[in-house]
Ligand binder design. Sequence first.
Ligand SMILES: C[S@@+](CC[C@H](N)C(=O)[O-])C[C@H]1O[C@@H](n2cnc3c(N)ncnc32)[C@H](O)[C@@H]1O
Length: 284
Amino acid sequence: MGGIAWGTHFVMTGADSYFRKLNNVWAAIREAFGLRLGTSIRPGIAPLWRGLALVAVLWGLTACGTATLQASTEYQTVTPSADGIGRVYLGREIAQTMGHQGAGWLDRPSRALQERPQIAIAALDLSPTDIVADIGAGTGYFARRIAPLVPQGKVLAVDIQPEMLAMLQAELEAKGIENVELVLGQPDRPNLPPGSIDLALMVDAYHEFANPREVMEGVVAALKPGGRVVLAEYKAENPLVMIKRLHKMSVAQVRREMAQVGLDWVKTDDSLPEQHLLFFQKSA
Ligand SMILES: C[S@@+](CC[C@H](N)C(=O)[O-])C[C@H]1O[C@@H](n2cnc3c(N)ncnc32)[C@H](O)[C@@H]1O
């Protein structure tokens, strides 16, 4: 397993640096093709077609980054990317785990407006008795918001970092939430009892599981027959979602990986601004 990275998923460098990088890409394209199409890209003044060309280039670069990796069901080792651990599963390099030092990013005030988590929670269509496992719960941003919706059930908040669980415990005590249980997982197993959960939720987490197949086998075993799995992952298909490449996933990739553990795809909900919500089910 690669190290746990400090910092956030966000493309860190801010607008200036981002547009500087775009200019570099643009300059390289102009040089390569001998184009004389203006001198720089700046937000707000670039003609539409130039913007479209850049989006196409960025999309192409993202696609190229993954196309060269072999889509093998065995884990493979490659030279780690800047935000990766050098371990490849089904053609996808696994992202570095977000360290607990960056936990403040998970609870940033702007998150509600940026990601619309309430839309995601409503889409889960929870029953009051549901047992929900929030796997890769972090500080429990979702676990804490789901708990009141399952008053006769509970939330099992699973994470591999005890520091994350300690932060969640403090929040639970401060808010008097009593139906969230903390579970210390391991990189290759969620440590959930077999046949015990109605829903496994993974928000912005699955892409950084160092052993995704083993964790998902554990999740499938922990689901009741007919139980559901929901993943929220930043949209890899959209270059305008400003999240590091390996912390995003395409719909096709998520479906490919869930199929490996025998989960049936139910639907993809794309109503969130930045994330796909993918719904799967264990056979009844
Ligand atoms: C980016 S955070 C997301 C936290 C939370 N879901 C949220 O949206 O606020 C990803 C979390 O997944 C956890 N994680 C990584 N690998 C894991 C694994 N194999 N099992 C459980 N949690 C894991 C990390 O420790 C981290 O807290």
